[in-house]
Design a protein around this ligand. Structure first.
Ligand code: SF4
Length: 347
């Protein structure tokens, strides 16, 4: 089937978008968005750009303009190997920074001026230096949801899909895992480590994980009560939670994994109804690709940062080459080492 990105006219873009999203998005909205999407796809070729789209983008954008979609790990891999002249990142700032760290010679564009993240802004490079000083020689594993200067202080980065494997590969009983407290707690449970906070003493011979108190402002809001209520209303619901959710929520769920793992899980499951505990756009994106499956999204809980990225802003971004990501070269080189190590350890 022809991809929306390959349509040769705005009218064809509209027809293809209607086929895929007609049951989710009103036609009047698709008329407007298909014209913008067609222009983006035309301009993208003219300017030799590649568009990367995170799984949390809204359905009309997600399905119409990215050349590649996925989670942070998948998109990092693509950023590292693209030969496009421009990389347009439809995601948040730390993701665009990651693309720039891996591709210093290319123009990396973010369609919004800020597009932050509560996790990335929860920790500074100075915080990491202080923790390293308190626990000399203990390896630092940092979630990819951080800014370049924090990555520069790190031994190895991780994503929600490879965090357990990376911690297990390190030859150290004690690991510092930053900045997402819930992800770290979930990883500590799976790797058999006791959770410590900065300042706590490491007990001799006891595998431990030093964590930080950063939280994703979306995933921290999900509760076990949400799961109980959904199961009471729809007993056949399969609950799928992102590892940034509180540990008790992950434990009460039927499956937990990165956004790409969640997409694959729903695709291959025989179940017909799912509750997705993650950014609500992803429920719509999965529903569009799996018409026979019902997604229960908790859409009162949204990521305001991901929602800053729109089709309109992406068109302006391509037209005017804005907003360009710049990173101090010294920081970039150090941050790249932690990303390269992650990519090597996840090969
Ligand atoms: S969903 Fe959470 S982790 Fe992802 S960008 Fe938004 S605040 Fe950050």
């Amino acid at each position: 089937m022809l991809r929306i990105q390959e349509a040769v006219s705005a009218a064809q873009t509209f027809e293809l978008m209607k086929k895929m999203l007609g049951h989710l998005v009103p036609e009047a909205e698709l008329m407007v968005k298909s014209e913008i999407a067609f222009e983006i796809n035309r301009l993208k070729k003219e300017k030799k750009a590649v568009i990367l789209g995170h799984n949390y983008m809204e359905p009309a954008l997600y399905h119409s303009i990215p050349d590649h979609v996925g989670d942070s790990l998948g998109l990092s891999r693509i950023s590292a190997s693209t030969d496009a002249e421009r990389i347009v990142f439809c995601g948040v700032r730390f993701m665009a920074e990651t693309a720039k760290i891996l591709n210093p010679g290319k123009m990396v564009l973010l369609p919004a001026r800020v597009a932050g993240c509560s996790l990335a802004s929860s920790i500074t490079a100075e915080d990491v230096r202080r923790i390293k000083k308190a626990y000399p020689g203990v390896p630092v594993v940092t979630y990819i949801n951080t800014y370049a200067d924090v990555k520069a202080e790190t031994d190895v980065c991780c994503t929600s899909s490879n965090a357990v494997s990376i911690v297990n590969q390190l030859e150290s009983d004690t690991v510092i895992c930053l900045p997402d407290e819930f992800l770290a707690r979930n990883v500590a449970r799976e790797t058999g480590k006791r959770v410590l906070f900065p300042g706590d003493m490491i007990r001799n011979g006891e595998p431990s994980m030093v964590v930080w108190n950063g939280k994703c402002e979306v995933h921290e809001k999900f509760t076990v009560g949400d799961i109980t209520a959904a199961r009471a209303q729809f007993p056949d619901t399969v609950v799928v939670a992102h590892p940034e959710c509180p540990p008790e929520v992950v434990e009460a769920s039927d499956y937990s994994g990165s956004t790409t793992a969640m997409v694959d899980f729903v695709k291959h499951s025989d179940a017909k109804r799912f509750l997705l505990l993650t950014e609500c756009s992803m429920s719509d994106n999965i529903a569009a690709e799996n018409p026979g499956k019902e997604m229960l999204g908790m859409c009162s809980i949204r990521c305001p940062h991901m929602n800053e990225i729109t089709l309109e802003d992406t068109l302006e971004c391509l037209r005017e080459d804005k907003y360009q990501i710049e990173i101090d070269e010294d920081i970039r080189v150090k941050a790249k080492k932690s990303l390269d190590r992650m990519l090597e350890m996840s090969a």
